[in-house]
Design a binder for this molecule. Structure first.
Ligand code: NAD
Length: 443
């Protein structure tokens, strides 16, 4: 099948490469000339495990190509995927300008039937807006060409995106046209073989399903973070509580890790956008407001613990940061907890020496001008001569460090762990003070 994908970011590139991998002919369109040049010269603008090889293989096979020519894209595919960004607007609602810009360009260039498939995360009612925009542009040209707009939200996780796309838990397709639903079923058949995971529904329910999933996951994290703070206050250990509650199959062990707050390009903006959507319809989504507020407070927690430990005297100190990405296996630093922490440390006069296995380039792009940030090549280079270690991202390589060597290199023997990676008594046996989330400080 011929497929066009607007947007060559995390979602667009993974979608394009995976659809090409099963034999489709995919053309990816982006407005960022530098990104397209890089892709056309064999580079990949983001870090996602397995993506580089997948793109290379399909480019070489002639099934995957990249362009900035939107009209060529509209001529190419029966399926026109929209996978552009929907960042938060100033008031927290989803900024649809990129999505609607694609709708405009489709409306201006459409010459025959197309299925517009919205993969971006968009508020309920956006498919109607996209259709209205396309119709407006068509009527300005005096044309009445048939098209459909389908909602097909994406559930991939950065860091495991290819596996998620190739073996999805579910494929949500929202359409009011049964024939279009069947065409989408055929498109997804290679990813839907061992049992039927495709859930067909109306467009609005599909749009809401994506927000509901992310809001539920964010709620689990904020719930655990709230409980972690209670555990700390009452002299309990949240890690024992986690194991205690996860054994109930109605709760489960997945996604109930306490920590220093969620970040990334999805949970923060999607919880906010859903709450704003509800508010725009006159409904106060109090649980969603609390999820957001708890997360916001949790992102301040590491800094508060550090400031308390050093009696507020952070000026001139150096902190070794382990992890910059919002989670392991990605270079994405959008709304990462590391950013809040670094900005607070800098404001207090401290310096940061940071190591992340893949996000250094992104950190350079964001903070390259700063003289109080040093990006180093490995975890021990960050530690040497630092006042403390602060763990922000739970990369595997941080899970089993030589703590005796860490202690020997530190000016103050203390580790702040925003991801509860270690057993407190093991850390304490090395003579390090260990301050983590929702557990009792011990030294
Ligand atoms: P991204 O910022 O990585 O990529 C978006 C791309 O769209 C950029 O390359 C940008 O240049 C391009 N673009 C903007 N306007 C364009 C236009 N008019 N024509 C062509 N290209 C254009 O974004 P992302 O992380 O891939 O997210 C895309 C959407 O998918 C968002 O709505 C997001 O919420 C949703 N989503 C993201 C994830 C994730 O893990 N990143 C998962 C599921 C859903």
């Amino acid at each position: 099948m011929e497929i066009t994908i607007f947007g060559s970011g995390y979602v667009g590139l993974v979608t394009g490469a995976c659809l090409a991998e099963v034999g489709n002919d995919v053309l990816c369109v982006d407005i960022d000339q530098r990104k397209i040049d890089l892709l056309n010269s064999g580079g990949v603008p983001i870090f996602e495990p397995g993506l580089e090889a997948l793109i290379a293989r399909n480019r070489e096979a002639g099934r995957l190509s990249f362009t900035t020519d939107a009209a060529a894209g509209i001529a190419h595919g029966l399926f026109q995927f929209i996978a552009v960004g929907t960042p938060p607007d100033e008031d927290g609602s989803a900024d649809l300008s990129h999505v609607l810009a694609v709708a405009d360009i489709i409306g201006r260039n459409l010459t025959e039937y197309r299925i517009v498939v919205d993969k971006s995360t968009v508020p309920v009612g956006t498919a109607d807006q996209v259709a209205a925009r396309i119709r407006e542009r068509l009527s300005a040209r005096g044309e009445t060409i048939e098209f459909d707009v389908v909602s097909n939200p994406e559930f991939l996780k950065e860091g495991a995106a290819i596996e998620d796309f190739m073996r999805p838990d579910r494929i949500i397709v929202g359409t009011d046209n049964p024939r279009t639903g069947e065409l989408l079923r055929a498109l997804y058949a290679p990813f839907n073989r061992n049992r039927d995971r495709l859930v067909l529904m109306d467009v609005r329910s599909a749009e809401l399903t994506k927000y509901a999933a992310n809001a539920m996951l964010a709620t689990k994290i904020s719930f655990m973070n709230e409980l972690a703070n209670v555990a700390e206050a009452v002299g309990a250990d949240i890690e024992r509580v986690r194991i205690g509650i996860g054994s109930d199959p109605r709760i489960g062990y997945q996604f109930i890790y306490p920590g220093c707050g969620y970040g990334g390009s999805c949970f923060p903006k999607d919880v906010r956008a859903l709450e704003r959507t509800a508010r725009s319809k006159g409904y106060q989504a109090e649980l969603l407001q609390a999820v957001e507020a708890v997360n916001d407070r949790q992102k301040d927690l590491l800094f508060s613990k550090i400031a308390e430990y050093f009696n507020g005297n952070l000026d001139g100190k150096t902190f070794a940061l382990w992890g910059l990405a919002f989670k392991p296996n990605t270079d994405d630093m959008r709304e990462a907890s590391s950013r809040r922490l670094m900005e607070q440390l800098w404001a207090a006069g401290a310096r940061v020496r940071a190591f992340d296995p893949v996000a250094a380039e992104e950190a350079k792009r964001l903070y390259g001008e700063r003289t109080d940030l040093e990006l180093v090549e490995n975890r021990m280079a960050a530690v040497t001569g630092a006042d403390a270690v602060v763990i922000v991202t739970e990369w595997n390589e941080f899970r089993s460090p030589d703590l005796t060597a860490v202690k020997a290199q530190l000016r103050s023997p203390v580790i702040f762990d925003g991801r509860n990676l270690f057993n407190p008594s093991q850390v304490n046996s090395t003579g390090l003070t260990y301050i983590s989330i929702g557990r009792q400080p011990a030294c």
